[in-house]
Design a protein around this ligand. Structure first.
Ligand code: MG
Length: 244
């Protein structure tokens, strides 16, 4: 557990069971698993094959976007292929990487296990496609996810609220009583627009302060008591000290 900016653990609930969120709604890429390097490698390979240049700045703009939107950006960088072909190529690249090894983000598995023990249902809410999400769900502790919403199965992707609203509906809970965990601007936008209490975990893209948005540098800094506080409307901001 990382020390808090206030130097203590005051306010931490030791018996959070009464105020736990109705559900926790998890983004996948960058939040639950460290797949962003695989996405970036797949993007760079495609652009490189078509004679273009792909910078880290370009890759940052892609994080959290629905795949068709990401494909259009790649077309703008010279990838002369249909959107569906580009999305399949990206998914193939990441699928190959995670079939070899799923890299969990720090603290993610511990939090999943704690939520399961506490009886809090979880949903995976991702703009990745079903076959990638299925690989991650299969690698997670059994029974971790009671619902999965994927980018190929929604009408409107993040930052539209549909994915988070759909997840809450599938779990039969009020989205306003849920905590959503996200790492990207489109994902945070989607979760806030849906009405979920939202926790931004800074990974590759900066998590910019926003009204009602809790922020941490890692899930390893968060426990069930913190999720209960966030669900009850409190904003926990552990990035504020660095002036982020
Ligand atoms: Mg993400």
């Amino acid at each position: 557990m990382t020390p808090r900016p206030d130097g203590g653990t005051a306010g931490r609930s030791h018996d959070p069971t009464g105020t736990l969120p109705a559900a926790v709604l998890w983004d996948m890429d960058g939040t639950l698993v460290d797949t962003e390097p695989s996405w970036m490698a797949a993007e760079a390979a495609l652009v490189g094959e078509h004679g273009g240049e792909w910078t880290e700045h370009d890759a940052l703009q892609m994080i959290g976007l629905p795949l068709p939107a990401a494909a259009k950006i790649l077309q703008g960088h010279g990838v002369d292929l249909p959107v569906e072909v580009i999305t399949e190529r990206l998914v193939d690249g990441v699928s190959e990487a995670i079939s070899r090894h799923v890299e969990w983000q720090p603290g993610a598995l511990e939090l999943l296990v704690a939520l399961r023990h506490a009886g809090v249902p979880c949903a995976l809410v991702t703009m990745s496609y079903r076959r990638l999400a299925a690989t991650v769900v299969a690698a997670a502790p059994q029974g971790s996810f009671a619902a999965v919403v994927t980018g190929d199965e929604v009408t409107f992707g993040k930052p539209h609220p549909e994915p988070y609203l759909r997840a809450a509906q599938m779990l039969g809970v009020d989205v306003r009583e849920c905590v959503a965990i996200e790492d990207s601007p489109p994902g945070i936008g989607s979760a806030l627009a849906a009405g979920a209490s939202t926790l931004g975990v800074e990974h590759i893209a900066p998590v910019v302060a926003a009204p009602g948005l809790s922020r941490v540098g890692s899930l390893a800094e968060i426990d069930l008591g913190d999720l209960a506080r966030i669900a009850s409307g409190e904003v926990i901001d552990l990035l504020v000290r660095s002036g982020a």
